[in-house]
Design a protein around this ligand. Sequence first.
Ligand code: FMN
Length: 184
Amino acid sequence: FTTLSGGRVGTKLDAAIFFDSQTGNTEKCAGYLGEASGVPIEYIGDATEDTIKGEDCIIVGAPTWHTGEDECRSGTAWDEWLYDTLPNLGLEGKRVAIFGCGDQQSYSDYYCDAAGELYDQFTAAGAKVYGFTSTDGYEHVESKAEVEDGKFCGLMFDEDNQYDLSEERANSWIAQLKQEGFFV
Ligand SMILES: Cc1cc2nc3c(=O)[nH]c(=O)nc-3n(C[C@H](O)[C@H](O)[C@H](O)COP(=O)(O)O)c2cc1C
């Protein structure tokens, strides 16, 4: 038996979840997505460039902090990574799905802005984004993650106000990604 690079047998496509988190909420949501999909989870700050380039499809997630600023809104390792690492990785055509974690009540004009920033930077790098979701059921006023009218660029969690919906949201989003052919 021969294995492909990285020791993986080349029978199925490789996927991974990359995230970062300041206070653990995005980590919890990454955990729900990992359970729903069976896909491994890694801190973006720990992921090597080869690991990221080697995956066929990646799920990426960030919280939102630094309210009102234009850039570097995740308050995590993503902030540097998006501007210093991503543009040099060569991710043209890579399948990407984005999730965010924010607080739609206390920060209703800025809900999950960092997820919108991930969208902007990954699409600028040539990635193809899967898994848009409806904004129905959310009460934010403005969000950079709402990249089309009534559509988020991925799945938005709210562990401050809607934590009881997170697991179910994770499960149905993974089902949606499967239907969209994200993992195939
Ligand atoms: C000082 C501060 C600023 C925040 N700014 C925003 C914001 O601009 N938009 C938003 O959606 N959430 C904002 N939040 C809420 C966090 O994003 C939310 O609690 C999230 O779940 C944190 O995820 P983490 O634990 O993975 O870091 C802010 C929270 C704090 C305490």
